[in-house]
Design a protein. Structure first.
Length: 574
């Protein structure tokens, strides 16, 4: 049997296809189409010929057809008759609304003495009906009226257009266990009652809902029409999005001047989504992972401000770095929703840095690395997301850009000689750029490739350590301590492979590469730290458990298992 199969395969020959036109002109057109000349099966060759005939029919040769098919000795001869080509004499606007004609850029002269392409008519019909369904007329119809074919195979016609009834949006229906106010969600999705129906808005609903972590769309949105009203319907499922986690510990207090023998350390993170069932958010994060350094961050977001397309957010951040300095930040952002998952951001920010113990700098003969600074800035940014799942993305892009500029004021240290400030510009303009781009690629049902680039730049002639970016740790450079690096400019690139063994559980392999510049008024140095490791994100009933084992490297330190970092935590969701 094996020998017979091998013999049959050895005798298999290519089938040669010759296509013959009825004259030299047709033969040139057929040759220009460039159809393959050799096939392994007769059915494949026949299908290719049918596709070629259909192509010519769409190009104005309505009468194109196969008139003869001869198959012998692995040679096929196919005789084709293209027939006459049909051209437009004119296509008039007819009863098409002039506004629609202008919006879709319809011009009668485009159709004069031009081959009758079926694709042109299909494209024109699509443009007219698409405009109609996005302007309150989803039941509009299109046809060609007053068709005339003369003896020269020239076609004249008029557009026949019926707008159908005008349809307005009405109530948004919600089914499921999601505690969310109908009025809020309708405004979030731009579904506003008594406004003209727009099919585009219905089409965008799935992508917009993917940006909300506390609900999930379980089936495609549906529509029902009654009289002159459209009623969108959504079937939603609640997702656990609220988060609470923390670690508390006690360390010996090494400060001899303090009366306390123990020092409280640890972290607490609280995130509350969809407050009052209106999409509001409140976040609270406190960290004291080092003996003398702690950080507090409070964030509040109010989407759909007063029922508009505006979102408002407020952020307060406080960082106390041992006895060196204290940074305080107040940030107010106003977002405008664009309807495609994107938001334009206007930002006001007030940063103030004060020295912890200024008298530590007494009798210095050089300007210290830290200083009291006030920086008030105006910012413009853009956020956009097309992720298929905001919590566990497999496909899509998420990006954020921000440009900020403002007035910076340096306060003189009273314990430092005034002469050290002679060449220092105490008032100046400072610019800040920040960017974060993430791209996810689905490599199959279980594999995901994540690429990420994040970076920042501070532009000013005189910079101090306490106003620089802080990078390192779980959210930027794994394998290094949290916020261990200071940078006036940086970029961090990440490549990460994720293998899902459950819908919300996966193993990961990653490599982080950073390029950092720390430029201050006293020195400038460059570093290129990197991190590599493995990890696990495991879904449990209470939330998710994350464990990451990472090795870090800098210019001064090679990869070493003795310095490996273990990032872990239980993220409780409710």
């Amino acid at each position: 049997m094996m020998s017979l199969s091998t013999s049959l395969l050895a005798q298999k020959k290519d089938i040669e296809l010759n296509i013959i036109g009825q004259n030299q002109s047709e033969q040139k057109l057929i040759k220009k189409y460039s159809i393959a000349s050799k096939y392994t099966q007769v059915d494949t060759a026949r299908k290719a010929v049918r596709e070629m005939i259909l192509h010519f029919q769409n190009e104005g040769f309505w009468e194109a057809k196969l008139i003869q098919w001869k198959d012998s000795n692995s040679i096929i001869k196919a005789s084709i008759n293209l027939g006459n080509i049909y051209k437009w004499k004119k296509l008039e606007r007819g009863n098409l609304d002039p506004l629609i004609s202008q919006q879709i850029n319809f011009k009668e002269k485009y159709y004069q003495n031009r081959p009758f392409y079926q694709s042109d008519i299909e494209s024109l019909q699509e443009d007219i009906l698409e405009y109609s369904e996005n302007n309150g007329h989803p039941f509009a119809t299109f046809r060609l009226d007053s068709l005339v074919l003369d003896s020269l195979n020239h076609i004249s016609a008029k557009i026949g257009y019926e707008p159908g009834p005008e349809i307005l949006f009405d109530t948004l229906y919600i089914e499921g266990d999601v505690p969310i106010k109908n009025k809020f969600l309708a405004k979030f999705l731009h579904i506003r009652a008594e406004k003209l129906f727009e099919q585009n808005k219905v089409n965008k609903i799935p992508n917009l809902l993917k940006t909300l972590p506390y609900l999930k769309l379980t089936q495609a949105p549906s529509l029902s029409f009654r009289f002159d009203r459209a009623y969108p319907k959504l079937v939603l499922k609640k997702r656990k999005a609220n988060e609470v986690n923390g670690i508390l510990g006690f360390l010996p207090n090494e400060n001899p001047q303090s009366q306390r023998s123990l020092l409280l350390t640890g972290s607490l993170n609280l995130s509350l989504h969809n407050l009052l069932n209106t999409g509001k958010y409140l976040g609270f994060k406190w960290e004291r992972l080092q003996i003398s350094t702690q950080r507090l961050n409070i964030r509040y977001e109010n989407p759909i401000l007063f029922g508009s397309d505006l979102d408002l957010s407020f952020n307060f951040n406080l960082l106390s770095q041992d006895s060196s300095f204290v940074n305080r930040l107040l940030n107010l952002s106003l977002y405008y929703r664009l309807g495609n998952g994107g938001r334009v951001k206007l930002n006001l920010e007030d940063r103030k840095s004060t020295l912890g113990e200024a008298n530590l700098f007494r009798e210095l003969d050089f300007l210290p690395e830290v200083s009291e600074i006030n920086y008030f800035s105006y910012g413009l940014g853009y956020d956009w997301s097309s992720l298929d799942d905001i919590n566990f993305p497999h496909q899509g892009t998420q990006l954020s850009f921000l440009f900020r500029t403002g007035a910076k004021k340096i306060q003189k240290n009273p314990f430092v000689p005034d002469s050290l400030y002679n060449n220092i510009q105490l008032r100046s303009t400072q610019v800040v750029l920040e960017a974060d781009v993430q791209r996810f690629f689905s490599l199959g049902q279980k594999s995901v490739l994540k690429l990420r680039t994040q970076g920042g730049y501070i532009g000013n002639q005189t910079l101090f350590v306490n106003e620089l970016f802080r990078v390192g740790g779980l959210e930027s450079l794994r394998g290094h301590n949290e916020n261990v690096f200071f940078a006036s400019a940086y970029s961090i690139s990440t490549i990460e492979y994720q293998w899902y063994f459950e819908p919300e559980s996966y193993f990961l392999l990653f490599y982080d590469q950073g390029f950092l510049q720390e430029r201050t008024q006293n020195n400038s140095k460059f570093n290129n730290p990197s991190g590599v490791g493995i990890g696990l994100n495991f879904s449990v009933s209470a939330g998710s458990f994350r464990l990451i084992y990472a090795l870090g490297r800098t210019q001064e330190q090679i990869f070493s298992f003795n310095r490996a970092k273990i990032h872990f935590g239980l993220l409780s969701r409710f």
